[in-house]
Design a binder for this molecule. Structure first.
Ligand SMILES: C[S@@+](CC[C@H](N)C(=O)[O-])C[C@H]1O[C@@H](n2cnc3c(N)ncnc32)[C@H](O)[C@@H]1O
Length: 267
């Protein structure tokens, strides 16, 4: 199948990825179901241990095949399968760059254990040394700048640590779209896409959910390919992308209106 850019596919990611050509994407962000019993529309999130491992191996094998030689992959996963997925990624021949911890606030309260407040993000590249990493695009203010007012501080800030803090997108948040149990924050995707891709690159997300990756890729001038199994979530992604277009048009129109008013007031 010829690769179609800026496309949302409705279907099973393994089947769809199998139809795409080798080495066609620059960056993959995957946030698969963690197999912890989350209630999704279509997917049953409670496979037997071996079954989940085999399924993970199958989609990761396809992801590996689709990744360009200098491509990068980030896989979000819970505690239950982080170690297993790290082994699969290593066995496929990928190179680990970071084992990132996304620490989030607003974790779901637990009665008989500590509150879950982090997700693992396994960051790997296909080549050991040739890959995109746009350090300047993701810098944050350093303690040297903000606390110590040290003149030696790099004025551009520093590269973030491998523990990231972004709030989880809770049900009441303005950012929340559709009826999906695990929407990722756009800020997290922004950091990944800015760091590991360039404008015009192709970003693949095999587990679309609410379409966060596609939306952020589009905002940042990257192409996207997103796959989602559930028809309901697929429709949410399409609506969310349409809203993005509408917002862009409105912004452009308002700017045009202000520009005309400004010109008019100066005549
Ligand atoms: C953890 S969610 C992804 C959430 C997404 N990162 C977001 O920000 O909205 C996982 C998604 O994968 C979808 N999914 C499960 N199995 C799939 C498969 N075989 N192919 C495509 N999508 C699948 C589920 O329906 C669910 O929406």
């Amino acid at each position: 199948m010829k690769i179609e850019l800026d496309k949302v596919y409705h279907g099973d990611c393994i089947e769809i990825m199998k139809q795409l050509p080798d080495e066609c994407v620059d960056l993959i962000f995957a946030d698969p179901p963690f197999n912890i019993g989350v209630r999704y529309d279509k997917w049953k999130d409670n496979l037997k241990y071996e079954e989940y491992l085999q399924w993970s191996e199958s989609w990761l094998k396809e992801a590996y095949r689709l990744l360009k030689k200098n491509g990068s992959i980030y896989v979000a996963i819970g505690d239950e399968f982080a170690a297993e997925l790290a082994i699969i990624l290593k066995r496929l021949g990928l190179y680990m760059r970071n084992w990132i911890i996304w620490y989030y606030t607003f974790g779901q309260h637990q009665k008989k254990k500590f509150t879950r407040s982090h997700t693992h993000i396994l960051y790997y590249t296909k080549h050991k040394s040739h890959f995109t990493f746009n350090a300047d695009a993701i810098r944050v203010p350093s303690a040297r700048q903000t606390v110590y007012k040290d003149r030696r501080a790099n004025p551009k800030g520093r590269i973030p640590d491998d523990v990231w803090t972004f709030p989880r997108v809770c049900g009441t948040f303005k950012e929340r779209v559709g009826n999906h149990p695990c929407q990722m924050p756009t800020a997290l995707l922004e950091r990944i896409i800015l760091a590991s891709s360039n404008p015009g690159d192709i970003v693949l997300d095999p587990f679309g959910g609410t379409g966060t990756t596609a939306v952020v890729a589009k905002r940042l001038g990257r192409h996207f390919i997103t796959i989602e199994l559930s028809e309901q979530y697929y429709s949410t992604i399409i609506e969310r992308l349409n809203m993005e277009d509408a917002k862009k048009f409105i912004k452009k129109d308002i700017k045009g209106l202000f520009d005309s008013l400004y010109e008019f007031s100066n005549t």
